[in-house]
Design a protein around this ligand. Structure first.
Ligand code: FES
Length: 130
């Protein structure tokens, strides 16, 4: 049995790359952000003119969605897809609409553009691990 651990981490804006590198319904940007126990993978995509950021962690099994770096969208450019078992997520909400974790969601991140750069951050909060 593992002791319960309470940890917190600072909410910081993290650079994810140039906003010009985002393609609507196309290649996304990956970055690492602070999290409980160390850095965690995150990504940003653009859909219908807006940027959306999530932790790069499938709601089915906690693995990264993209096998090819930045390839988060399916062939139609309408859904984010997990390369492991094919879960499909709405890019604007992170909700899984098809696949083994249907009805669950990706963890959304805050996202902003500063001087042409995409920045993301996670809300600061207490995290309980066991
Ligand atoms: S790990 Fe993503 S669908 Fe199974």
């Amino acid at each position: 049995m593992t002791d319960s651990i309470t940890s917190t981490w600072k909410t910081v804006w993290t650079d994810a790359g140039s906003a010009h590198d985002l393609q609507d319904g196309g290649t996304g940007l990956r970055t690492l952000i602070p999290g409980p126990g160390g850095e965690v993978s995150a990504f940003v995509v653009q859909f219908q003119g807006r940027a959306h950021a999530y932790l790069n962690r499938c709601a089915h099994v906690p693995v990264e969605l993209d096998w090819l770096e930045g390839a988060f969208f399916d062939d139609t450019g309408q859904y984010l897809v997990c390369a492991t078992h094919g879960a499909m997520y709405e890019p604007q909400s992170g909700l899984c609409v098809d696949g083994p974790c249907k009805g669950r969601s990706l963890e959304p991140l805050e996202c902003r553009i500063e001087d042409g750069r995409i920045q993301v951050r996670r809300q600061q909060r207490a995290q309980h691990e066991s």
